[in-house]
Ligand binder design. Structure first.
Ligand code: ATP
Ligand code: MG
Length: 718
C-alpha cells in the first residue's frame, strides 16, 4: 500500500512538499497530525532522510507516543527518530551539551513542586510575605520571564511588585544552578542559550535535523519559537501545523502570533489549508462551529464532513452535581448495553476539583475509570521521596533531593542541623553532600554518626548503581534506607497505600529495565518529564481528564461536565475578553474531541471548594442555536420551576427551550412526496431509524439532497 493512498489531495500536498517551509493551518480533526505522521513515513520511505535526521515536536508525551506508534505502523526506524515534546528534545540535547553551559550533564530537573519549594525558601530568606505575593504567582512570573528569554541577570523590576520578583528570581536562579538543576522552563531557555553562545554546536544540530516538524504550533511560546527557528535555519525544511482556534496556552506564554508570523519569517512558505473534518459527525461539528464563531479576529475556517449527520449532542441539567454525574453514569450504562466499550467514554472537565464528585459516583456505580488529571503518580509523597534517593545517587550535587530525604525515615538529623549545614554549603560554595562528607564533623555535635551513616549509605548505593539495574537498585534503596521498614511498621491505612504505591513503582522500573536496559540516569530523565496525561492507559475504563490535556486526542463519546458560568468559562477568565476567547477556544477543543456522541452537562447547585455553588448554565451553550442540541433534562424536571428564583437565569433557560417535536408516528415512506417549510417540495429517498427518531433523506427540487431528523423537520406530506 502506498503511504499516500489514505490522504486527500491537500493532505498529500502537505506530505509531498518536503523541501522548504510549509505552514498547514486547519481546523480540528482535519488530519493535521495525520499529515505529519505520513510525512515522516514518506521521508523515510523515499529515503530522503534517515530516521535520526527527523525532528518532530508534539505537545504532550502522550501525543509523542501516539505519533511514534502511528509512524511505526507505516515504516521502520521510528525508535531512532526525534519524536518528542519540546522539553524532552531539549533534555536530550542538554544531556550531551550541558557542560558548555556550566552544568553537569546529569543535571536534575525540578518539577512544579520542587520549584515552589525553592521559591518559598527564597521568599522566606528575603523576608518577603508569601501571603501578599503567593509562591504560585512568583513561579508564574519567573516562568513568564523565562519564556520571554529574560534571564535573572537581565530582569529588572520597574514597580514594587516586580522589584520583589526580581530579588526572588535572582536568588532562585542561583540556587537552582548551584544544585546542578533546571526547571521546566530552563530546559528550553538553556537550549536557546546554548545555541546562541555556541554557533558551532548549533550548526551541528542544524546539519543533523534535515527535516523539522511541529504539531500544535499555535501553542508555542516565544522561546520555543526561537528554538525551532534556530534549528530550521540549516535546511529550512520546516513544516508546522496548527489551528489558531485551538490555542489554549496563552497563560503559559503561548503566542498565536507565531502561527500568523510564520509567513513573514518564511516568505516563500507554502500555505496549505485543510477543510474537511474526518473525526466528528456533522451534528457535533455544527455545535463546535457555532461556539467558535463568537470569537473575534479569527482566520475563519469552513469545516465540513462527510460523516453522517449523526446523533444530536445532548444537554443535561442536573439538580445538583450528584444528579449530573448520575445521568452520565446512566448514559454510560445504557450505551454499554448497546455494545460500547467503557474505553469509548471520556469525561472532560475544566477544573481538576470536579474529579472528586465524578469519582465518587463512578465508584458507587462500579464503573471502572482512570483519571488523567489528578495527583500524578510521580507527585505522590512516597514516590517523590524514593525518587529523591535515586536522584541523589545519580547526581550528588542535587541538594534539594538530599534535603528531602536527609531525615526521611527519621534518623535524628533535625531541621536546625540541616539549616546549619546548608549555610556552610552556601558559604563555602560546596554542595550539601560535600559538606556532609567533609565538614559535618566540625559543625555538628550530636548526630555526627547519623550523618556518617547516611553518607555511607549514599556512597554504597552510588557504587551499586554502576552494576545494578534500576529495579534492583530501587530494592536496595528502599531496604537499606529503612524506607520500606518505616512503612511496614506503620499500621495505618495510609502507610499501606504508600507501600502499594512503592510496589507500583517497581512495575514502572521493571518495564523500564526491560525496554531500556536499566540505566539510572535515563530512568530519572524519563520520569522527571512524565506529566499527567502520561499514565499508561488501563484497558476498558472510562477516562476522566482536563480539557487541556485532551488536546489532539479523539474519543467516540465525550461528556463535558460542569458546563456552567464560573466553572467554564472559568471565573478567573470571565472579566478579561482575551481570556474569555481563550476559554471559548478551549470549549471548541473539547467539543471537537468527540467522534460520535457528545454530551454537555451542568448542575444547578454543586458542592465545590467546601461550599455550595449555584451557577448559571455556561454562556457557550447559549451561543448554540437550540435546534442543534437535544435537552434531556426537560424530561425529568420542569424548567420553569427550577428557575423561578432569578431573572437572568430564567431568561437564560428560556432561551434554551426544547424545539417543538413533531409527531413522527406519521408514516414516512421512500418515494413519498413531502413539503418542507424552507426547502420546498422533495421526494424521500432513504429512511433510517435512529432510536426513537428517524433520519430521512429527501431529494429537494430546489436545494438537492438533504438528511433531516423526522422529529424536528417541518415536513408535511403532499
Ligand atoms: P486536532 O486539531 O484535534 O489535533 P488533527 O487535525 O490533527 O486534529 P487528526 O488527529 O490527524 O486531526 O485526524 C483526525 C481523525 O481523522 C483521525 O482519526 C484520522 O485518522 C482521521 N483522518 C484524517 N485524514 C483522513 C483521511 N484522509 N482519510 C481517513 N481518515 C482520516
Ligand atoms: Mg492533531
Amino acid at each position: 500500500m502506498d503511504i499516500l493512498d489514505n490522504l486527500n489531495p491537500e493532505q498529500r500536498e502537505g506530505v509531498e512538499t518536503t523541501e522548504g517551509p510549509v505552514l498547514l493551518i486547519a481546523g480540528a480533526g482535519s488530519g493535521k497530525t495525520r499529515v505529519l505522521t505520513h510525512r515522516i513515513a514518506h521521508l523515510i520511505g523515499t529515503q530522503k532522510a534517515k530516521p535520526w535526521q527527523i525532528l518532530a515536536i508534539t505537545f504532550t508525551n502522550k501525543a509523542a507516543k501516539e505519533m511514534k506508534e502511528r509512524v511505526s505502523d507505516l515504516v521502520y526506524g521510528s525508535e531512532d527518530m526525534w519524536i518528542s515534546t519540546f522539553h524532552a528534545a531539549c533534555v536530550r540535547i542538554l544531556r550531551r551539551e550541558a557542560k558548555h553551559l556550566g552544568y553537569d550533564n546529569n543535571f536534575n530537573i525540578y518539577d512544579t513542586s520542587d520549584k515552589l519549594k525553592v521559591i518559598k525558601d527564597c521568599a522566606k530568606e528575603l523576608d518577603i510575605d508569601t501571603k501578599k505575593i503567593t509562591p504560585r504567582s512568583i513561579a508564574s512570573a519567573i516562568s513568564n520571564a523565562k519564556n520571554q528569554l529574560l534571564s535573572a541577570k537581565d530582569y529588572q523590576g520597574s514597580n514594587l511588585y516586580e522589584k520583589q520578583i526580581e530579588k526572588i528570581y535572582k536568588m532562585y536562579d542561583r540556587r537552582v544552578k548551584a544544585n546542578n538543576a533546571m526547571d521546566f522552563d530552563d530546559l528550553i531557555f538553556e537550549t536557546v542559550r546554548l545555541f546562541r553562545l555556541n554557533p558551532d554546536i548549533l550548526e551541528r544540530y542544524q546539519q543533523q535535523f534535515k527535516y523539522i516538524m511541529v504539531d500544535e504550533y499555535q501553542d508555542t511560546n516565544h522561546s520555543q519559537y526561537l528554538l525551532v527557528n534556530f534549528l530550521a535555519k540549516g535546511h529550512k525544511n520546516i513544516c508546522v501545523v496548527g489551528d489558531d482556534d485551538q490555542s489554549i496556552y496563552l497563560f503559559r506564554g503561548a503566542d498565536v502570533a507565531n502561527i500568523l508570523d510564520f509567513e513573514k519569517d518564511y516568505p516563500d512558505a507554502k500555505v496549505i489549508k485543510l477543510e474537511r473534518n474526518y473525526r466528528s459527525t456533522q451534528c457535533i461539528l455544527s455545535v463546535a462551529n457555532e461556539v467558535i464563531k463568537h470569537n473575534e479576529g479569527r482566520k475563519g475556517k469552513n469545516l465540513w464532513t462527510e460523516n453522517c449527520a449523526g446523533e444530536k449532542p445532548v444537554f443535561f441539567h442536573g439538580t445538583d452535581h450528584i444528579d449530573e454525574i448520575q445521568f452520565i453514569a446512566d448514559e454510560i450504562t445504557k450505551e454499554q448495553a448497546k455494545g460500547r466499550k467503557l474505553s469509548d467514554f471520556t469525561i472532560l472537565i475544566r477544573a481538576n476539583a470536579l474529579t472528586r464528585s465524578i469519582e465518587d459516583i463512578l465508584l458507587k456505580r462500579d464503573i471502572p475509570y482512570q483519571i488523567f488529571a489528578g495527583t500524578e503518580f510521580f507527585n505522590r509523597k512516597e514516590i517523590k521521596d524514593v525518587m529523591a534517593y535515586l536522584s541523589i545517587i545519580s547526581n550528588p550535587a542535587d541538594d534539594l533531593s538530599l534535603t528531602r530525604i536527609i531525615n526521611v525515615p527519621r534518623r535524628g538529623i533535625g531541621n536546625k542541623t540541616v539549616e546549619r549545614l546548608a549555610a556552610v554549603a552556601d558559604e563555602k560554595n560546596k554542595t550539601l553532600f560535600e559538606v556532609l562528607k567533609e565538614d559535618a564533623d566540625g559543625i555538628v555535635s550530636r548526630g555526627k554518626d547519623k550523618i556518617k551513616q547516611l553518607v555511607m549509605l549514599i556512597e554504597n548505593l552510588q557504587e551499586m548503581s554502576q552494576y545494578l539495574n534500576v529495579t534492583d537498585l530501587l530494592d536496595e534503596t528502599v531496604n537499606r534506607s529503612g524506607y520500606r521498614n518505616m512503612l511496614q511498621s506503620d499500621k495505618t491505612d495510609e502507610a499501606k497505600i504508600r507501600l502499594e504505591n512503592i510496589e507500583e513503582l517497581f512495575t514502572v522500573t521493571k518495564e523500564f529495565d526491560n525496554t531500556h536496559g536499566g540505566n539510572l540516569d535515563e530512568f530519572l530523565q524519563q520520569n522527571s518529564l512524565a506529566s499527567d496525561t502520561d499514565e499508561s492507559e488501563r484497558e476498558d475504563s472510562v477516562k476522566i481528564m482536563t480539557l487541556h490535556s485532551a488536546k489532539g486526542l479523539e474519543f467516540p463519546v465525550v461528556f463535558i461536565a460542569g458546563f456552567e458560568e464560573r466553572l467554564f468559562p472559568h471565573i478567573r477568565s470571565m472579566e478579561d475578553p482575551k481570556e474569555l476567547q481563550e476559554e471559548r477556544r478551549l470549549c471548541y477543543v473539547g467539543i471537537t474531541r468527540a467522534k460520535e456522541k457528545l454530551y454537555i452537562t451542568a448542575a444547578q447547585s454543586r458542592a465545590l471548594y467546601g461550599r455550595v455553588e449555584r451557577n448559571k448554565v455556561s454562556r457557550f451553550l447559549e451561543e448554540v442555536p437550540k435546534n442543534l442540541i437535544e435537552d434531556k433534562s426537560i424530561k425529568k424536571y420542569s424548567m420553569d420551576n427550577l428557575y423561578s428564583q432569578s431573572g437572568p437565569q430564567r431568561a437564560n433557560v428560556n432561551s434554551f427551550k426544547m424545539p417543538q417535536k413533531q409527531n413522527i408516528d406519521m408514516a414516512y415512506k421512500v418515494g413519498m412526496l413531502v413539503e418542507h417549510k424552507k426547502f420546498g417540495q422533495g421526494i424521500i429517498t432513504e429512511i433510517k431509524s435512529l432510536g426513537e427518531d428517524q433520519k430521512i433523506t429527501i431529494n429537494f427540487e430546489k436545494v438537492g439532497s438533504k438528511a433531516l431528523m423526522a422529529s424536528f423537520a417541518p415536513l408535511t406530506v403532499v
